[in-house]
Design a protein around this ligand. Sequence first.
Ligand code: GRG
Length: 295
Amino acid sequence: MTDFNEAMSATAEAVSEVLDDILEQTEGPENRLLEAMRYSALGGGKRIRPFLVVASADLFGVARASSLRTAAAIEMIHCYSLIHDDLPAMDDDDLRRGRPTAHIKFDEATAILAGDALLTKAFEVLASAETHSNGEVRADLCLAYAKAAGDRGMVGGQMLDIVAEGHDVDVPEITRLQRMKTGALISVSCESGAILGRASASARTALRGYAHDIGLAFQIADDLLDVEGTAEEVGKATGKDEAAGKATFVSLLGADRAREQANMLVEQAVDQLNFFGDKAELLQELARFIVNRRS
Ligand code: GRG
């Protein structure tokens, strides 16, 4: 196993342990909610966003206990978005991470509530003194996460995606949509390290540039997988964008140009991190993983 693969697995395992702890089961009938939250948050996934939090925090020597709890918060927001995105009112998907989606495994109402509760639990964790002793750092984290997840970030991007259905969309529009829908959570994952580590303005600028580039590269890779991957590989239905007549980077640019663009963004992202020297090698590897992954 390479150092990068080892670091990815170790972070995934560590964040799962923290999530297991945070999402402790309760007595009584409300435990069904916890079961659905645990089903969605502990059922696999590449844990890319947690890795970004931990690896960016490591650049500034942040204590692991702080970065792992922050990583658990971003993963809970990500899992909430997946649960809600899979609902019949949204993408209506039956398969996620190679298993039945939350509303299939439980029911629609439980899936909606599990998503809501994962989102709110994330903010409970960010605001807790266990995550960081400094109240200003905790407030900065809450503000950054709220902006990334809300109307100017992920949820706003989802709205743009829905509004765009059945319309002609060009590359600048799709770029803005994807920057909000998937880029915002990726960006705030990297920003978390800078917030926890009280990083300098120049370190923040370098991380911001990196996050911007890998966010778009991630989305292009996702679009390519939707066209070229199989459901077994990807763990969710593929070919959905084309079937829905959805504009994507691949439909607008063609697969070859889209791949070139993703590779160019990755090399640019890698260069942005030269600012940190050898300390940023894992983040640079992650940028390459994002475009080479098969799931
Ligand atoms: C419905 C609130 C709400 C938001 C929807 C981000 C989003 C907005 C929906 C997620 C659905 C989706 C398939 C988006 C495309 C890109 C993406 C986020 C893919 C899944 O992320 P990965 O590959 O998944 O990191 P794993 O399972 O590895 O965590």
